[in-house]
Design a protein around this ligand. Structure first.
Ligand code: ATP
Length: 349
């Protein structure tokens, strides 16, 4: 993998050194050329701070950022081969769409004919070839978002930073733009670094994801890695729905709080957390676990059962409602739960 961005021991502290707040705490990361890479994490975990450091809007307290091998600390933002698309498109409302897209190129003193040609190509790329003469404030939110992208791409950055770029759009438009962004990334070959707190969005769009929490990176991997093999409980909890069961290892598996035994390979000697995705579980007469139905939620395609298992409430099982109506289990029923061994992840924390 050719490395587009390498980040080494990066920290960012706001306020007085040693007493301030660490927005980023010793982060190291490599992002490949031509990757669609996502920074995912809850509000306040440091995603925007990391983007701002890559863009050069802030200087780190410690650590080094290299873009294509070049250390960036001496370079002001406008000299970095990077552009940013913000959540609030930040278009100039009184200018035409074409003027907005060509603005950066005009500032660089490019010839008029070259600017016109680039604007035309960018409008084609974002599939709005006919809006060049409209004023930016006469476009819909979705169209403005595309123009903001076209403007950011016009200066041919090697890296495009996208900060919660879709979060102002309604649900339907957002889904369309997710696919559109993926297409734009593939077509342009530019490295995209996308920031979101929406795990589904991250899973849908990314080649790789870095899951962040409290200024640190918890895990880096493909969407499949992160979903199937979460590194720890925080990641498993943040990505998708997960059931957690606490237990003590013994030679054949794990003993749960109420004495039930779950046979699963486990090399730990101290208490472990088992993570199990609800869609991997089925209810059956026998089952390798037993539980009691506490709540039944009918949601059309699925029924969600909330069970009490090993003394713990809120254990989720999703059953598809295939072949028409099926009698729902009643609250208070004792049920068998079938958990395939390969659906169980043993976490040490
Ligand atoms: P969100 O999804 O809400 O935008 P985020 O993950 O992007 O959150 P950041 O904006 O990077 O998080 O903020 C990380 C932490 O750093 C937060 O606690 C924030 O309050 C703090 N912070 C960010 N910028 C500054 C600043 N200029 N001065 C002081 N603290 C700051």
């Amino acid at each position: 993998m050719t490395c587009a961005i390498s980040i080494e021991a990066l920290s960012m502290e706001f306020g007085a050194p040693g007493q301030g707040m660490k927005a980023l705490d010793d982060i190291s990361l490599e992002i490949g050329d031509n990757e669609f890479f996502t920074l995912l994490g809850p509000s306040g975990c440091g995603k925007t701070t990391l983007l701002r450091l890559i863009a050069g809007f802030e200087q780190p307290s410690a650590g080094v950022i290299r873009l294509y091998g070049e250390p960036m600390q001496e370079l002001p933002p406008f000299r970095r081969p990077v552009n940013t698309v913000f959540q609030s498109y930040a278009l100039f409302p009184h200018m035409t769409v074409a003027q907005n897209i060509g603005f950066g190129l005009e500032m660089q003193g490019k010839p008029k004919a070259e600017i016109a040609e680039t604007v035309r190509r960018m409008l084609e790329l974002v599939k709005l070839p006919d809006v060049g003469n409209r004023r930016a404030d006469q476009l819909s939110g979705g169209q403005q978002q595309r123009i903001a992208l076209a403007r950011a791409l016009a200066s041919r950055p090697r890296v495009l930073l996208l900060d919660e770029s879709l979060s102002a759009l309604d649900q339907k438009l957002r889904k369309d733009m997710q696919i559109e962004l993926k297409r734009l990334q593939a077509e342009t070959g530019i490295t995209f670094i996308f920031v979101t707190h929406d795990q589904e969005e991250a899973l849908t769009m990314s080649d790789r994801i870095a899951v962040m929490s409290k200024g640190r990176i918890l895990q880096v991997g493909t969407p499949n890695d992160i979903y199937e093999n979460p590194a720890n409980r925080t990641v498993a909890d943040f990505i998708g729905e997960t059931n957690f069961l606490i237990g003590d290892p013994f030679s054949g598996g794990v003993r749960l709080a109420d004495g039930q035994l779950l046979s699963v390979p486990c090399s730990q000697t101290t208490p472990v957390t088992l993570a199990i995705r609800p869609e991997r579980i089925s209810l059956s007469d026998s089952g390798n676990l037993q539980g009691e139905v506490e709540e039944v939620v009918y949601i059309g395609t699925d029924t969600l059962y909330l069970l009490k298992v090993a003394g713990q409430s809120g254990f989720r099982v999703r059953q598809q409602n295939r072949c028409g109506a099926r009698a729902l289990l009643a609250r208070g029923s004792k049920v068998g739960i079938e958990v395939p061994v390969d659906a169980i992840r043993v976490l040490v924390e």
